[in-house]
Write a protein that binds this ligand. Structure first.
Ligand code: HEM
Length: 423
């Protein structure tokens, strides 16, 4: 994979060959043009930041705004920057699109509802969902791990956490499928799915607010009730803000987790030495390697290849390169997390890597709010899969596994696996 010879001149970015293994091209950029101006497939021009130190600084730089109104081509690029579908719904005030002080206020409010305690209390449910999905494989001895496992797990988990009734969760699964299937392709399907989810959430929030108002929802522990109740200096989220918040939690927490499980299992199954090491540790009841291993999988081939859009609000110099006002800046997390200046032997998967301050969850004020939930889901999913299916292996050659397109996310379209059902 990454021990291929580096291209001698500026590599071709964003092709299908590049998507299969972007790391040699990112190594070239880090070395030769660490802040590289490129034209994206959408036609929008942007700077790619690939070195760890520059990436970390850029993620925390207040002069780089998250608000697309600061883009020099704001009007022209509508629909080409930001997250898919956000232009089709009134999603202007979601966390990944705003700066302080609005961001500070909304993030504080949602943090009050989305607490590590609420997530920890959810552990038995994640385990139950994981076991149910593995039970669903039956005695076939083969499955597509993306469709039958990595995809449904986070959807049901987040629906439960938000408080979406069980009988409606399969609708969510369908809508989420529409969102992800069209990733990188025509936006029509995404827009339709986003509209349906938004309408459903708006209605659910309205019903929950009414029931809380009547006093019969006082005991509700779901996140939507928490969002409605959360207040900061007497200030509450409006119904619209709560709906946008629920949507962004769903959006930010869904495909990322699918890809963490998918890329993670793929990397493990391609590295039998590391995989056996983890299996042995789990068998001996040692959960430590699973915890460091999930962090390492995030660094090694994480779900978010490029952080979401940022725009310079004043002239800034990044890694010696002048970036003009209004220019989009894309921080390439996948490149930064393989930087040899920061990580020893960065192209090697080492599940026990100790010095591992990777940028897979971002950095600074937009640092992933869902990291505790993502960790819980990934540890449960990977740990349970390896325990219950001890000889799990790829059913096809590694290079035959198809990838998904898209700029921000990095993930697989399918992951055919097999195992001996009698063990
Ligand atoms: C932000 C990665 C799961 C909710 C982010 C960012 C990254 C990230 C890189 C920062 C983006 C930027 O600065 O441009 C991941 C990864 C996940 C994951 C790798 C792995 C599975 C989740 C989950 C949730 C979630 C499960 C919630 C249910 C959020 C939210 C933000 C965010 C709300 C925006 C925070 C803000 O702007 O203040 N995530 N995420 N994420 N993530 Fe995650």
């Amino acid at each position: 994979m990454s021990d291929q010879p580096r291209p001698a001149c500026s590599p071709t970015l964003f092709s299908w060959e590049f998507a299969a293994d972007p790391y040699p091209a990112y190594a070239w950029l880090r070395e030769h043009e660490p802040v590289h101006r490129t034209t994206l497939p959408s036609g929008v021009e942007a700077w790619l930041v690939t070195r760890y130190a520059d990436a970390r600084a850029a993620l925390a730089d207040p002069r780089l705004s998250k608000n697309p109104a600061h883009h020099s081509e704001a009007a022209h690029a509508k629909g080409k920057v930001g997250i898919p579908g956000e232009h089709s719904a009134d999603l202007v005030t979601h966390l990944l699109n705003i700066d302080p002080p609005d961001h500070t206020r909304l993030r504080r409010l949602v943090s009050k509802a989305f607490t590590p305690r609420r997530v920890a209390a959810f552990a038995p449910r994640v385990q139950e969902l994981t076991d149910r999905l593995i039970d669903g494989f039956g005695s076939r001895g083969q499955a597509d791990l993306i469709h039958e496992f990595a995809f449904p797990l986070p959807i049901y988990a987040i629906c439960d956490l938000l408080g979406v009734p069980r009988e409606d969760q399969d609708d969510f699964r369908d809508w989420a499928g529409m969102m992800i299937r069209h990733g990188g392709g025509p936006r029509g399907g995404v827009a339709r799915a986003v509209k349906r989810i938004r309408a459903y959430l708006a209605d659910l929030i309205h019903r929950k607010r009414e029931s809380l108002g009547r006093g019969d929802g006082e005991q509700s522990v779901d996140l939507i009730s928490g969002l409605i109740r959360a207040s900061d200096h007497g200030e509450h989220l409006t119904e619209n803000e709560a709906a946008a918040m629920a949507f962004i939690l769903l959006f930010a927490g869904f495909e990322t987790t699918v890809n963490l499980i998918g890329n993670g299992v793929y990397a493990l199954l391609r590295d039998p030495v590391q995989c056996d090491r983890l299996r042995r540790a789990l068998k001996e009841g040692d959960e430590g390697l699973l915890a460091t291993g999930v962090e390492e999988l995030l660094r090694y081939d994480g779900p978010v290849e490029i952080a979401t859009w940022r725009f310079a609000t004043e002239p800034v110099v990044i890694g010696g390169q002048r970036v003009a006002v209004g220019d989009p800046v894309l921080v390439v997390l996948a490149a930064a997390d393989r930087d040899p200046e920061r990580f020893e032997a960065p192209d090697v998967l080492d599940l026990s890597r100790a010095d591992n301050q990777h940028l897979g969850y971002g950095h600074g004020i937009h640092y992933c709010l869902g990291a505790p939930l993502a960790r819980l889901e990934a540890r449960t999913a990977l740990g349970t899969l390896l325990r219950r299916l001890p000889d799990l292996r790829l059913a096809v050659e590694p290079q035959e596994v198809r990838r998904r397109g898209g700029l921000i996310m990095r993930g697989l379209r399918e992951l055919p696996v097999t195992w001996d059902p009698s063990t």
